[in-house]
Design a protein around this ligand. Structure first.
Ligand SMILES: *Cc1c(COP(=O)(O)O)cnc(C)c1O
Length: 711
């Protein structure tokens, strides 16, 4: 495969490697590479949104020339570049070495979204970050994997709050030229365009590539000239509410995505579907085999044995169901190619309890994959209940859905100053072995004072960044002062700070802490031991209940009775997430059980010594050990769940969290608190790392599936 070369005309020869670095996202999780760009010019690095591609294009040539002659800079440059080149050549970890398949890669990974970095906004939330972290870790572990997704050229929604507290969405079109993305070139040198097979009228996609270390991610873009306007809009935005366009999106993702790999000659043994959106890829896999002479039944069985399907949510809206007439409209030419009739085809996608509801993408994917998993132990139980009827006669607890608990990519989510502390006290090998719990037993070697000072510095950094955002809203947008205040202008770093940031779906219950307003006010306004709470998050543009929830919180943040101690920070995204999970004191999580399939933001916080206060749901059931944070809501509740859970939070805050935080030594160090911080790192960092997760997927699924192929 060829890429259209990216040109950085003003880059001096001596620094040509900067172009190489800018075009591979490896820079995003390696401080030595990020440092190189920052050292060129701090202001330009900031202005570019930490996007080296954009920065190199915009930087005056004189700055690059000066750097090329600066011996100090060149030393850093040579080191970082050789680290990168060594990484790319790195020998395998050996996870799949016993399978020297003739194929180009072992696994093709399909996902509708990827959260990789703020400069590549192809994500909506947790599912995307999970996929992004998965690719980075597969690269680190040298798992031979290739990924497929969408580009969403005009889809990124920035959030601005109106004066009445209603969320406004501002779309920012993606500048395809100024990001770490390259066009895949066809033989004639122009961008490769692939036709989605067997779909009439025809749909075409342009193909792009993102280099995620050693892993290639291919992105499809329907916004190209050969497509008519309706087709051009297919990849416009993530999770469109228009059902027909949504179906067309999933046809392009699955069938088009499979065709892209075929066109590029990338052979793969296994298919891993990250959620049901891309499940139509299964059809291409079956058709391929039927076309080469296999019976449908045989082809289906072969495909099943080589497919891994991960389901991500118990929330009904997370499972697409398409009406049969729409399927008929777009896929009628497909079932004959498989040797099937219409009814047999439809039966692949019905939910046995609701056969008339339509074609359910999750039911379809579950039927056609042999390896199926949920994303935490608890979510495994819930998924087995939800889908048991697919396996009549098998008791619920034996329903064949396994679980692999999610994890986060440690080099991406660790704060560089915290990393330096670990480098100093855990020994040089900790990064390489970070999924080994033994590594983290050394955490007590970090002096309390050092960990606390580092954390406190990060809290100041967070609050400074929030205040700067408020200032800009005030100065540039001439925003009403109450909006600037609501944005966090009155925050105080010395106060116990809770953070709550995630999508504003109603089941996440962002307003739970407001359940008893008088009790909350007392905590916020306490003269000696006050608390403050920072909120952030977006509601889906079509989710009015979510927007009302957001409005309630936004209005609370402007209520003088709450003392300026509630902040709502606009436009939650990857960058703000980094600041928050590094800088708050406690990570708050209050879902409606059992709707939180796993949750990953709390893992990012825990890794950085920010303990979680969470309802017992998702990963926290596995993570909480009595010493590494706080938990509530263990019992089933008759009656008003919100009230009981709200009361449990106040009780924990009043009796445990607040007194512990404010119990400070003469030197100003809260030793009891630091003990919880350390325990949070020690007990969670290894277990909830993407490294543990990818190894688990490999051992449980990839190895078994590959071994069946070899026999
Ligand atoms: C980690 C992350 C999420 C997912 O967090 P949850 O706890 O699973 O809700 C969502 N958005 C961003 C920006 C993230 O970094």
């Amino acid at each position: 495969m060829n890429l259209q070369p990216t040109e950085f005309p003003s880059l001096p020869q001596r620094l040509s490697g900067l172009g190489e670095l800018a075009e591979n996202l490896w820079w995003s999780w390696n401080p030595s590479a990020r440092m190189l760009f920052k050292m060129l010019n701090r202001q330009a690095w900031k202005e570019s949104g930490h996007n080296p591609d954009k920065m190199l294009r915009e930087l005056p040539p004189a700055i690059l020339q000066t750097a090329a002659e600066n011996q100090d800079y060149l030393r850093y440059y040579d080191v970082a570049l050789s680290q990168f080149q060594k990484y790319m050549r790195n020998k395998r970890f050996g996870l799949l070495d016993d399978f020297p398949a003739a194929d180009t890669v072992a696994v093709a990974y399909f996902s509708a979204e990827y959260g990789l970095h703020r400069s590549l906004p192809f994500y909506a939330g947790g599912l995307g970050f999970l996929a992004g972290d998965y690719l980075k870790e597969c690269s680190d572990l040298t798992v031979p994997l290739v990924a497929v997704g969408f580009m969403y050229p005009d889809g990124y929604l920035h959030q601005k709050m109106r004066e009445d507290g209603w969320q406004e969405n501002i779309t920012e079109p993606l500048d395809r030229e100024a990001a770490s993305i390259s066009r895949v070139a066809a033989e004639d040198g122009r961008q490769l365009v692939v036709r989605v097979p067997r779909i009439e009228p025809p749909i075409h996609v342009g193909v792009w590539k993102v280099a995620v270390g050693r892993v290639s991610l291919f992105l499809m873009d329907t916004d190209i000239e050969v497509n008519d306007p309706w087709n051009r809009g297919i990849s416009a935005r993530l999770y469109t509410g228009d059902l027909e366009q949504r179906l067309r999106q999933e046809i392009v993702l699955g069938i088009g995505g499979a065709e892209v790999l075929e066109t590029l000659g990338i052979k793969h043994s296994l298919l891993h579907l990250n959620e049901g959106h891309a499940a139509f890829a299964l059809l291409e896999r079956i058709r391929d085999r039927v076309q080469s002479g296999m019976s449908y039944a045989e082809a289906l069985e072969r495909v099943r044995r080589t497919t891994i399907f991960t389901t991500h949510t118990p929330v009904p809206a997370g499972h697409d169901v398409f009406p049969f007439y729409l399927l008929e409209k777009y896929l009628h030419s497909y079932w004959p190619a498989l040797g099937l009739d219409r009814d047999t085809f439809f039966k692949l996608g019905i939910h046995p309890e609701r056969p008339e509801a339509g074609f359910n993408m999750t039911a379809f994917a579950l039927r056609l994959s042999k390896y199926r998993n949920a994303v935490s132990k608890r979510h495994g139980e819930i998924s087995r209940q939800m889908w048991q009827s697919l396996w009549p006669g098998i008791p619920v607890d034996k329903a064949p859905i396994d679980s692999v608990t999610n994890g986060v990519h440690v080099p991406t989510w660790i704060e560089p100053k915290i990393k330096l502390l670990f480098d100093k006290y855990l020994g040089p090998g900790w990064v390489e072995d970070h999924d080994a719990p033994a590594v983290w037993q050394l955490i007590d070697k970090i002096p309390d004072e050092e960990l606390w000072k580092t954390h406190y510095w990060l809290k100041i950094k967070l609050i400074d960044a929030i205040r700067e955002r408020s200032r800009q809203r005030w100065a540039q947008d001439r925003a009403n002062p109450s909006i600037a205040l609501a944005g966090g202008a009155l925050l105080d770093p010395s106060i116990l700070t809770l953070g709550f940031a995630r999508r504003f779906a109603t089941y996440k219950r962002a307003d739970l802490i407001f359940d008893d307003l008088e009790r909350l006010k007392k905590l916020l306004n306490d003269r000696w031991q006050p608390i403050q709470v920072i909120f952030a998050g977006k509601a889906h543009p079509a989710d009015d209940p979510g927007k009302r929830l957001l409005q309630r919180i936004f209005n609370a943040s402007r209520d003088p009775a709450l003392g300026g101690r509630i902040a709502f920070v606009e436009d939650y995204g990857e960058q703000l997430a980094q600041y928050l999970v590094h800088g708050v004191d406690v990570w708050l999580n209050t879902p409606q059980p059992p709707m939180e399939a796993c949750g990953t933001s709390g893992m990012k916080a825990a890794l950085n010594g920010v303990p979680q206060l969470s309802l017992m749901d998702g990963w926290w059931i596995e993570g909480y050990n009595g010493k590494n944070g706080w938990a509530f809501g263990q019992e089933a509740i008759d009656g008003n769940r919100d009230q009981a859970d709200g009361a449990a939070i106040y009780h924990l805050l009043e009796e445990e969290v607040i007194p512990l935080y404010y119990q400070v030594s003469d030197e100003g160090v809260p030793h009891g608190w630091v003990r919880v911080m350390k325990e949070s790192i020690r007990s969670n960092a290894a277990r909830f790392s993407a490294r543990r997760m990818v190894k688990e997927y490999t051992a449980k699924f990839y190895v078994s599936a590959l071994s069946e192929i070899s026999v």
